[in-house]
Write a protein that binds this ligand. Structure first.
Ligand SMILES: C[S@@+](CC[C@H](N)C(=O)[O-])C[C@H]1O[C@@H](n2cnc3c(N)ncnc32)[C@H](O)[C@@H]1O
Length: 408
């Protein structure tokens, strides 16, 4: 899709993509009307069609933003513009775009607290953090909203309500594309990297796809090129990043089935849950793990326990007389058959514990679905996440079984 070269090329371009409502649970997406070659342009959106902080500063909000001290953040400028334009309804130049934006979102900040409570632990903590951050962001922006009152006939609180603000925040968070950082004197120093890209933001995520997406300074367009072939009448996907499912749910409000990056996180408490309390070197072992960055991002994945998880377990299982070998453990060396066997046994125990815990939560979610029908969509989302985690754990348990075979 090169830039305009007459009517024929414009018609051809118009034919390339079509909005489609997908049955695959991805919401609306874009379908290719022709087959796409590797490297072919999928979308090229001129800068003038992007909604950036420049759009906001050049609008009726500009003088208010320039006068407000301390300067509003780029994110506040974008959210304010979205709320204000949505309120303008038919009067808004952005109405065609605003009309196709989702009416509600499923990021954890929008989930009911009882649904957040049944999220996996690491995600639950991040979801609560996200909610607190957005609430604080809203509370600290209210004086700025009041300052905008002269622009509106209605009371400012009725326009810039928490629900309107939350909608705008989720719109930016789930749909913005990345632009290289720009600096504006009238905005705070936080990185100004978000742009809303109408229609381009209808592209759904697939972890299996690679695309080239970036702003092209030479053409002045935000461009997306296919990195692999796409057949005619298939949905065109892009990849939002190599994110695991907890991150996809946190940032975008969905879970990807068969996601190769999906994993189950193992906390420090779980690491030590089955270890003998009598090990006098335990505290020392844990500080070694902390000092060498082996206490976080320990996971089970589709390939079984990660190398980092197994290494951490090997160090924790190190026999007293072999303690001085700890550096070799972190380098991946085999210290003894006993150490190999006890660490695999421990991994299996942790995995089995997770399988039981996951099955119990799935039962609880299934009961909640019957009792709280109004929360059904939120609960299905959480259930999908747990079901994917269960599949990963079951696969890991099988892999661990086969790894344990050489050690009877
Ligand atoms: C940039 S928008 C894509 C267009 C969106 N489907 C729509 O109807 O407007 C990103 C949102 O699409 C949805 N989405 C994207 N990829 C998905 C996928 N693989 N599975 C489920 N939902 C997906 C999520 O709600 C996400 O927050």
């Amino acid at each position: 899709m090169q830039k305009g070269r007459g009517r024929t090329s414009r018609i051809r371009r118009r034919k390339l993509l079509r909005t489609s409502a997908s049955g695959g649970g991805t919401g609306r997406g874009l379908m290719s009307k022709t087959s796409l070659r590797e490297g072919q342009m999928i979308i090229s959106l001129p800068e003038s069609c992007l909604l950036t902080t420049d759009t906001v500063i050049q609008s009726y909000l500009g003088p208010y933003i320039t006068k407000w001290m301390p300067p509003p953040s780029p994110l506040l400028a974008l959210c304010t513009f979205l709320v204000s334009e949505k309120h303008a309804g038919d009067q808004s130049l952005w109405k065609p775009y605003l009309d196709i934006l989702p009416k509600s979102y499923t990021c954890p900040v929008c989930l009911e607290p009882e649904v957040v409570d049944v999220l996996p632990q690491p995600l639950k903590a991040k979801a609560k953090e996200q909610r607190a951050r957005v609430q604080e962001f809203f509370a600290s922006s209210r004086d700025f909203f009041s300052f905008l009152q002269p622009l509106f006939v209605e009371a400012i609180d009725s326009i810039f309500s928490y629900s309107a603000f939350l909608w705008a925040w989720c719109t930016v968070n789930t749909r913005a594309v990345y632009l290289r950082p720009r600096w504006r004197e009238c905005l705070s120093a936080e990185p100004d990297t978000c742009a809303l890209a109408p229609y381009l933001d209808l592209l759904n995520h697939s972890p299996h796809i690679q695309v080239k997406a970036a702003f092209n300074k030479e053409t002045g367009c935000y461009e997306i090129r296919a990195a692999s072939r796409c057949r005619k009448h298939e949905q065109v996907f892009i990849c939002y990043g190599p994110h695991d499912n907890q991150r996809l749910l946190l940032e975008y409000g969905f879970v990807s089935l068969h996601n190769p990056h999906a994993c189950v996180y193992v906390s420090t408490e779980m690491l030590v849950k089955y270890l003998p309390q009598t090990d006098k070197q335990m505290n020392k072992k844990i500080s070694i793990l902390k000092d060498h960055g082996f206490i976080e991002n320990l996971t089970f994945g589709w390939d079984g326990p990660s190398w980092r998880l197994l290494t951490a377990l090997k160090l924790l299982c190190l026999e007293t007389e072999k303690f001085m070998c700890w550096k070799r453990v972190l380098l991946g060396e085999v210290i003894s058959d006993t150490n190999e066997k006890t660490s695999l046994d421990l991994a299996q125990k942790i995995c089995n514990y997770f399988i039981e815990e996951t099955s119990a939560v799935l039962q609880k979610v299934s009961d909640m679905k019957k009792e709280k029908v109004s929360l059904i969509n939120q609960l299905i989302l959480v259930e999908t996440l747990w079901m994917e985690e269960l599949k990963i754990l079951q696969t890991s348990a099988e892999i661990l079984n086969s790894l344990q075979t050489p050690f009877p």
